[in-house]
Structure formats: C-alpha cells, structure tokens
Ligand binder design. Structure first.
Ligand SMILES: [Zn+2]
Ligand SMILES: [Zn+2]
Length: 368
C-alpha cells in the first residue's frame, strides 16, 4: 500500500501537468483501492491549468472520469469486492440521505459535504484528487459510495467515458429533460458531452436531432451519434430562424453544452413557446451571469440544470453500461485519441485546440 503510483498532478494555473510518483494513504474502513485501467480527459480537468478556474487548491491529482478494478476493500465495505469492475463517481450515492432516498435528484448530500479526503501523498504532503477521485493515477483510494459496480463484460477502455461525459450528456436527455419519442431536439456544442446528449436523444426516439457547432469537423461524429441535422452557425444567416424552421416553430428540447451566456440564451430562444425545455449542461465561467429575455420564460419555456445528467450514480449508471452491452449505445466515434499517462499534456493540448473529442488515458497496469 505504501508503494508509489504515478499520477498526473496539477501545481497551479497556467502550468503543465506533471506526471510524478505519489503514495496512497492506507485504506479506511469504508474505503476501496481501485486500480485504474482507463480515464477520459474532460474540459473540467483542463480548467485547473488553463486559467478558467479560481480558488482551487494545489497540488491536485486531476481526473474524474474513468474505469478500473477493485483491488482491496476496507473492513466495513460490503457493496463491492476485490475483482469487481467499477466506475469511480464524481457524485457519490450514499443511499441514505433525503436526496438518495427520493426520486427527484442524483445530488447526494455527501457531494456537498467536504470529505476532507487527501488520499495521495506527494513527498510528505497529503493532497486531494479532483472530485475526491483523481482518476489520472494508476490507483486511487476512494470511499465505497464513490464507485459504481458494473458488468465485467464491458470494455473498461470504452465505458470509462460514462463516468462524466456519458452520464452528463446521456442523462441530460434521458433523466433531466426526459425527451420522448418523436420530439425535436437541438444540441449546442458537440464535444464529448454534447455528442452524448445527441446519443441520448436518439435513444429516447427523438425524430429531429440538430447538432450545432462552430467546428464543421464535428459533423461526421455527430451524425454517427444520431444527429439528423448539423448546423454551423457561420453557415446560416440567422441561427434562431433556421432552427425554428427545422423544428417547425421551435424545438421541444434544447441542450446547452458549451458553457456560454449567449449560447444559453439561443438555446432557450430556439425552443417552442408553451412547452420548450432547455437543459443547461455547460458550465458558465464564474464571471458570466445568465441573461434571458423575460418573455422567453413567461411564454412557458423552462430552463433546467443538472449535474451528471441527474443519474443516480450507483443505482442507475450501471444500467447505461448494460445498454452499451445490449448494443444501444456506442462510444467509438466519440473517443478520438488514446494516450499513455505520461503523454497527458498532449491530451490537454488537443482538447484546447479543438482537435480531440474524447482522449482516453491508458494505464500500463503497474501495481502498488
Ligand atoms: Zn467532466
Ligand atoms: Zn446520499
């Protein structure tokens, strides 16, 4: 347990991520040790090094999406055993708080409580993992309520993307908006999350699924995920008029997956008065406020938000893995690059310049 593992550590804004050796703290009674097999690089990880996020504490092991195998469990852990395949969870599901017991939200009270967890030792300094995870490490120590046991038949280097992008995008369509068959849907921003929102709309049976992105190279993957139309805003005279025309007067549902105030306003305005629903998925920078035309809401449109697609992480997320195994879901067109942990800065560079959809980090199974 005291052996070293390699981890990608952020040391501050405007810096590179350093892949270096850390030690793992001993397991507490409710902790599990997970050997990471694969982890996806998300925009939220990048926000710790590109100047977007203020107030973070460094050093910090990045990574909050991935998949791995349980190696060891603390004495009070009963929900998983060594050998189980798991997805680490940015939002825990404790199973006993009001939020977990109720059917309305996935936002377990434990998510908002500072766990104080510092499972990695960098030299003598105990440091945190992003989302209390830090999946860009060869092994992680997390609480049992932070892992979802999944069918071991699923390829971990593919379904690793469910932990953030998959859950967030698919869930926004299926669990937050509850898109129904025959609906019209517009998805703004076709990164890893937006592509999954497209896929979620397809699963729900939406008949019109319009992907909107300023990067025309996203069209092929968007159509593979289920988009019936692709719109580059630069290619149309008036984006809102065009979207209203394609949807016969306004979309039933729209998803903002960019994190931009103007795009959010467009996402609301493109929906049908009377019943249009917009799900805010992208994270607006803290400096931006939401500005909406008051009548847009008075006319009966609704704006919703969700973290991780409002999917209960331990009880509902594994069902998406089952749907993948049943052939309903695909991630091949969404994973654009595969790299080793030591090349993680290349992955961040590709995310920053827009050339990557999802980059998956592979671990070479060096064990503590
Ligand atoms: Zn993420
Ligand atoms: Zn809970």
């Amino acid at each position: 347990m005291n052996a070293f593992v390699r981890a990608a550590v952020a040391h501050g804004q405007r810096g590179e991520v350093i892949v270096e050796a850390v030690r793992l703290k001993p397991l507490g009674p409710n902790d599990v040790l997970v050997q990471m097999k694969a982890a996806g690089i998300c925009h939220s990880d990048m926000s710790f090094i590109n100047g977007e996020r203020s107030g973070a504490t460094y050093p910090l092991v990045l990574g909050h999406e991935g998949a791995g195998v349980v190696l060891e469990c603390g004495p009070q852990v009963t929900s998983v055993v060594p050998g189980d395949h798991v997805i680490p969870l940015g939002i825990p599901e404790c199973g006993v708080c009001q939020a977990c017991i109720g059917g309305k939200t996935n936002l377990c009270d434990e998510y908002f409580r500072d766990s104080g967890s510092r499972p990695f030792l960098l030299g003598d300094q105990a440091i945190r993992g992003f989302c209390d995870l830090g999946t860009f490490a060869e092994a992680i120590v997390v609480r049992d309520i932070q892992v979802a046991r999944i069918d071991s038949a699923a390829p971990l280097d593919v379904i690793c993307c469910l932990g953030c992008a998959g859950a967030t995008g698919l869930g926004a369509a299926l669990f937050t908006a509850k898109v129904e068959a025959g609906a019209s849907v517009v998805v703004f921003g076709l990164g890893g999350i937006g592509m999954n929102a497209v896929q979620g709309a397809r699963l729900a049976g939406a008949s019109v699924i319009i992907g909107v992105d300023t990067n025309p190279s996203r069209e092929t993957a968007a159509r593979a995920a289920g988009a019936t139309h692709f719109v580059d805003p630069a290619g149309v005279e008036n984006l809102l008029d065009h979207l209203r025309e394609l949807t016969g007067g306004g979309a039933d549902y729209s998803f903002e997956c960019v994190g931009n105030q103007r795009v959010l306003s467009d996402a609301v305005e493109c929906t049908r008065r009377g019943w249009g629903v917009t799900v805010m998925v992208g994270v607006l920078p803290g400096s931006q406020q939401i500005e909406l035309r008051p009548r847009a809401i008075l006319e009966g449109r609704r704006l919703m938000g969700s973290y991780l697609g409002n999917i209960k992480t331990r009880t509902q997320l594994p069902r998406l893995v089952d749907r993948f195994l049943e052939g309903d879901l695909g991630f091949d067109s969404l994973i654009s690059h595969r790299i080793a942990l030591q090349d993680i800065n290349e992955g961040f560079a590709r995310l920053a310049d827009g050339s990557a959809l999802r980059t998956v980090v592979h671990f070479d199974s060096v064990m503590p």
